[in-house]
Ligand binder design. Structure first.
Ligand SMILES: Nc1ncnc2c1ncn2[C@@H]1O[C@H](COP(=O)(O)OP(=O)(O)OP(=O)(O)O)[C@@H](O)[C@H]1O
Length: 328
């Protein structure tokens, strides 16, 4: 039987360091009867995009080992090809992986790859660039620009940054055209969702479907500062689409203009969009590996998710000289 060729691309700086265990886990967990594989590490931002582009035609699957930024780089090189994108989520948010129900534990994510179940999903084009998960302009764009400068990665780093930046953030005025409707309004945040969540199970567009040929547009208008906690709660309890400040709609084509420069993000990665952004949907343009329907849920998976939010357990200091370790 001809084996499937799989290339693992590991981003060594993503998330909180889980990806260091991946190389060994691949050797242990991959089904060697079915799959032959190669492993490469990215050496700089943008490297995964180049490596994935070169892999088209040579590999059946390219695995992004990293967060949404790495997934974006790999996936954007595989659009409209028969090479599928697989994900081992080792990032800070892992939005697309969580939406697709890919387990956060490395060995479980590898078991998903062994099944080689494929599904076609939509992708977004934002000006000349690609978003696979969620793109945004405004506050979330601002946060992604700030987060890119942070040394303290991981979900805790995001929470700290959002709390710090929220009070000083000023909304901008946008001219928005959604299919044939136009709006001009001051907005806190404009989100264009392909999947429903940013990452960390925080759902900005709870009803979004990744294969419906539509973009879920969620506009959070400017609001008084004291309303922040209610916005946060509505995002956490997945009722953001019922808030009074929001415009929530579905569309295929959106343009955004502003006199100020558009501060944006694509799948959590900061982008400069100039004064005009055009967002279009490309239906079913990317093949991805997903868990099979009967893929056994692991009782420990929710616990592993919780662990992502906890700080690392500190190492005990070495005992001072003269103290002897008591043998058990
Ligand atoms: N070797 C490398 N050195 C420096 N940057 C890299 C390297 N490899 C990839 N990158 C860049 O690292 C950035 C962050 O990666 P990624 O998004 O995968 O992790 P994350 O931000 O921790 O996770 P998430 O997006 O889920 O929050 C991306 O912009 C990617 O281009």
């Amino acid at each position: 039987m001809k084996k499937h060729r799989v290339l693992f691309l590991i981003n060594p700086i993503s998330g909180i360091g889980k990806q260091r265990t991946v190389e060994k886990a691949v050797g242990d967990e991959i089904d060697h009867e079915k799959i032959e594989f190669d492993i490469a590490y990215t050496e700089y931002a943008g490297h995964a995009r180049e490596l994935a582009r070169n892999a088209v035609g040579k590999y059946d699957v390219v695995v992004a080992v990293g967060g949404d930024g790495t997934v974006n780089e790999v996936g954007s090189s595989l659009i409209n090809t028969t090479t599928a994108l697989a994900i081992i989520p080792t990032g800070s948010g892992n939005g697309l992986a969580r939406y697709l129900d890919i387990p956060l534990r490395v060995n479980r994510a590898l078991q998903v790859i062994n099944h080689l179940v494929k599904k076609d999903i939509d992708t977004l084009r934002v000006n000349e660039q690609v978003s696979l998960n969620v793109a945004g302009i405004g506050f979330d764009g601002h946060i992604s620009h700030q987060f890119a400068k942070e040394k303290n990665r991981g979900p805790a780093g995001y929470v700290k940054l959002i709390t710090k930046e929220y009070a000083k953030y000023k909304s901008s005025v946008y001219r928005i055209s959604i299919d044939n409707k136009t709006y001009e309004l001051p907005a806190f945040m404009l989100t264009f969702a392909n999947s429903s969540q940013w990452g960390n199970n925080i759902h900005i567009a709870p009803q979004a479907k990744i294969d419906d040929g539509l973009i879920d547009v969620c506009i959070i208008k400017e609001f008084p500062i004291y309303d922040g906690p209610s916005l946060l709660i509505s995002i956490l309890d997945q009722s953001v689409d019922q808030r009074r400040y929001d415009v929530v709609t579905r569309a295929k084509h959106i343009t955004i203009e502003s006199d100020e420069k558009l501060v944006g993000h694509l799948d959590g990665e900061p982008v400069e969009l100039g004064h005009r952004a055009e967002i279009r949907i490309h239906p079913l343009s990317l093949r991805v590996i997903i868990p099979p329907k009967d893929f056994r849920k692991n009782l420990l998976d929710p616990l592993m998710e919780l662990k992502e939010f906890l700080p690392p357990i500190p190492q005990l200091p070495n005992l001072p000289k003269g103290f002897r370790q008591i043998k058990k």
